[in-house]
Each structure stands twice: as C-alpha cells, then as structure tokens.
Write a protein that binds this ligand. Structure first.
Ligand SMILES: *Cc1c(COP(=O)(O)O)cnc(C)c1O
Length: 485
C-alpha cells in the first residue's frame, strides 16, 4: 500500500479505510490477548511526558500510520491498564470486546438517537435497554431512564429531577442528606445544581460505614425545627471506599413516612443486583425514586456508559423538556420517545447500543456469573491476606471490595500507617499488580476492588505474596532508617 490519499474532503479510499481498520483491530486483539503479561501500570514522569507530547498545531497532515504509532507510544504505553486482571485500584473498568465493537459501530454510523423521527430503531433500543435495567432493579412499569456519560452525570441528572419534582425548583430552604462515605460526585452534582455546601448534610457513618437511620432521623427533625426543608436522602448501593451498602429498605421506609425523595448512588454497586448475594445486600433498591448506575464499572462496558433511572418516566421530560422553534416538527406525542428531553444532552452518543449488544451476545446468565466472580475474587483475596499473616482486615470483602492494612509485629500504629501508605508507590514501581489506598476514620488503608471477572486465583495469590514481600521490605527500611538516625 502506497501513500494514503487523505486530504480530499477528509476522505480515504476504500482500500485505505480497510487497511486502517484492520490495523486497529489487530492492535486491539493483541492488547486483549497479551494484556495479562504486561505491567498493570507504569510510573509516569509527567514532566518528561508533557515535554514529548507538546507540539505545534499541525498545518500539514502526517501519514496515518505515524499518528497511530504516536498514539501507541504516548497514550497506550503511558496509561494505567484499568482493565488489566491485576488492576485492583479505584474501581477497575473491565470492559468487553462486543461492546467495544458496538461503540465503533455507534461512532461509525454516527447514529443520532435524540429524536424518534430521526432514528426510531436506536430510540427503541435505548428504551428497551433502559426497560431491561428497570426489570433488573425491580422498578415499576412506569419507571424510565436515559443513558448518560457516567455515574457523575447520572447522579447530577437524578438530583436535577429531585429538585424539580420534589421542590418544584425552589431550593432556598432545601436540605439533602447522605453519609460521610458518599462519593464526591454527589456533592459536586448538588453544587452544580445551585445548592450551597450546607444544603448537603453528611451524617457520620456507623461502624460498618453505613448511613445510620437513627442519626438521620434526628438530623432531619432538628433541621425541620430550624425551618429548613429536608427533601432528599442520598444512599449508596456500594461505596467506592469499602463497598458498604446503606440500609436501603429501612431508608425507603423512612423516606416514605417522611415524604422524602430517595436517591441511590449505585454507580459502583447496583449491578450486584444480578447475583444472589447482591440481591440480599441491595434489598429495598426497588423502592427508590431515582438511581444512578455506571455500566462502565460492574457491567463491563467501555467508558462512557452511565444510566439514570427514575420511578416515573414522565418526571424526566417534566424536568428537561424545552420546545425550541427549529425542533417543532420533530416533536412527537405519546410512545414516540425523544431522548433529547430525557436529560441535558441534545446530540448524544448511542451508548445504549453497547449494553444492548453485550446483553444479547453474552446473555444475562453469563453477565451475572461475571459479576459473582468479583465477590469470589475479593473473598479469596481476604483469605489469602489472613493466611499471609501481617495484615489487618479493616473491612471484609463486600461487593468485591476489601480494605486492609499492614500489621507490624511490634504493633506500632505509626509504622503500620507508613508501610501501608508507601506500599502503593512500591506496587506501582513493581508493575505486576496495582491496588490503591484510602483513609478510613483517619487510618491509612489499602483497598482492593476485585470486580474483574478475568482475574485468576493465581493473580490473587501472587499479588498477595508480592504485597507481603514489599511491605516487609518497607518495614525493614523504615526501622533501619530509624535505628541509624
Ligand atoms: C465511579 C463512581 C461515581 C462517579 O461515576 P463516573 O462514571 O466516574 O462519573 C459515583 N459514585 C460512585 C459510588 C462511584 O463508584
């Protein structure tokens, strides 16, 4: 193949397009097949990287192949592999190839699924996929929803609906409630919606990092006495820190009695509903007014794939509908759903396609098993850490998340903090596996989120061995340094 003919109305020839496409697929397939043999993350020197990446605005084009090589070197090789079977940090994002191809199709056909009249098939697939999710979470027939970019926007969208429906837009005295373990996406979402920081009251969580209903009740009574207007309780269906699930059923009872909106941030944990254990932990989820979900986390979709569900789908157009002149002839009634009025985007990616296609190709049973594998992985990691010895399990495996901390023989808490804190950097230097740290009640802990179904028992065994060795080395270094100083 000679030089590409790019540049004529931004087009390539048929042969060139095939060549490019095949090359991209080859790269991806090699990546998927060889991923587990590569380091999980590289320690990046941001300054050096920035110096390489900075370049002038290109006036003239370059061969496509060279741009692709640059992408491989400067982006692929310089990214943490969040879908790697030994990436246990933050929330791993283990996607699947079917959905990756679906994303390519959605981009390639540039499907505009904002308006029924323009793409009825796409609108229908999004509506159907939302309805499958509705069924999974046990919401009533009247419920509905929309695909958005991710959990942050799903939470923000749901809270915009709560503001409109519950408060009729008058936020002056309004107060929302959550635990101190809530994801920052919730507080940021409320801030963007115009709420002042004191309009979100964070209730100290209980010993299991759950929202205690008794404390919630007294905070609300106190605020009512002070003339405030409690309107919404925001619960977690699996916190990012520990996987803790707030007592959803009890909260649903409370919110029903008190006429409060119940929003659940299920960005991480809601898909656990597809497993028996998850169903028990998430009892009450079917009673929410709104739910934020991230299909790019525990439903194995490529980034971005968020979903917001609301108990009555008519609440969405009540919140988001506008009637601009130039879209008058695109208006429609009844069953002809226009997604441009279900959220804040007009032109939007056809994100439902990937979830729809993967549900159909794999089937729900396989997806449920893949979710259940996360529970088993985290439980195995917990057992292995207990057996290895010098570890304190801070919160046991729940919703595929485990937190733990180094336990030095001399019981020194400060030494435990330092070893645990420094271990994250050591893991990154090593590159075999990666887990991240967090703070729980002022204590430094490590956390592992093991929701990647392609993680093997051997991955977990070797990761625990590695962490145990690195921690012992760190301890010896710290004690050595103290002794010699
Ligand atoms: C990841 C996460 C979010 C934010 O979702 P994004 O897709 O990253 O915007 C919100 N809440 C929880 C519990 C999460 O785990």
């Amino acid at each position: 193949m000679g030089e590409m003919t790019q540049g004529q109305a931004l087009q390539f020839s048929r042969e060139e397009m095939r060549e490019i496409g095949y090359r991209v697929i080859d790269m991806l397939v090699d990546y998927y097949e060889d991923r587990a043999d590569r380091p999980v993350a590289e320690k990046l020197d941001y300054e050096a990287l920035d110096a390489i990446l900075r370049e002038p605005l290109p006036r003239k084009g370059m061969p496509w192949r060279e741009a692709l090589e640059q992408f491989e070197r400067q982006v692929v090789d310089a990214s943490n592999r969040v879908d790697h079977p030994r990436f246990f940090a933050y929330i791993p994002l283990a996607n699947n190839f079917v959905s990756v191809m679906a994303d390519a199709l959605a981009a390639g056909y540039n499907i505009f699924n904002a308006v029924w009249l323009q793409a009825p098939g796409a609108v229908q697939i999004e509506r159907l996929t939302v309805d499958w999710l509705r069924q999974i979470f046990g919401l009533p027939q009247a419920a509905g929803g929309t695909f958005v970019s991710g959990g942050s926007v799903a939470n923000l969208t749901a809270l915009a609906v709560a503001r409109e429906i519950q408060l009729q837009g008058d936020t002056r005295a309004a107060v929302a409630y959550c635990s101190d373990q809530i994801h920052f996406a919730v507080s940021r979402g409320l801030r963007v919606l115009g709420f002042a920081p004191e309009q979100l009251r964070k209730i100290p969580s209980d010993d299991n990092f759950r929202l205690p209903v008794t404390r919630l009740r007294s905070a609300i009574a106190e605020d009512r006495t002070a003339g405030k207007e409690p309107f919404c309780v925001i619960a977690s269906a699996g916190t990012t820190n520990t996987g803790a699930v707030d007592p959803l059923d009890e909260l649903a009872n409370f919110c029903a009695q008190e006429e409060l909106w119940l929003h659940v941030d299920g960005a991480y944990g809601a898909p656990a509903m597809l497993t028996e254990r998850g169903k028990r932990a998430l009892k009450g989820l079917e009673r929410v007014d709104s739910l934020a979900l991230d299909a790019h986390k525990w439903l194995f979709q490529p980034i971005e794939c968020g979903v917001v569900l609301v108990r009555e789908r008519r609440w969405l157009p009540r919140t988001f509908k506008e009637t601009p002149e130039y879209l008058k002839d695109a208006q429609s009634e009844g069953e002809e759903l226009n997604f441009m009025y279900q959220g804040i985007q007009l032109t939007r990616q056809f994100r439902a396609l990937k979830l729809w296609m993967s549900f159909k190709v794999f089937g729900l049973d396989a997806i449920s098993e893949a979710i259940a594998a996360g529970y088993e992985n985290a439980e195995l990691a917990e057992r292995l850490l207990r057996e290895a010895g010098p570890w304190e399990i801070v919160t046991p495996a729940q919703m595929a998340i485990l937190t733990f901390r180094y336990k030095p023989a001399n019981g020194d808490e400060e030494l435990a903090n330092r070893v645990t804190h420094n271990l994250v950097g050591r893991l990154l230097d090593d590159g075999y596996a990666f887990a991240s740290g967090t703070q729980l009640r002022g204590r430094t802990v490590m956390r592992m989120c093991a929701n990647n179904p392609r993680t093997t028992a051997s991955d977990l065994e070797k990761t625990v061995q590695l962490m145990t060795r690195l921690a012992a080395e760190l301890e010896a270094e710290i004690l050595g340094a103290t002794a010699s100083s």
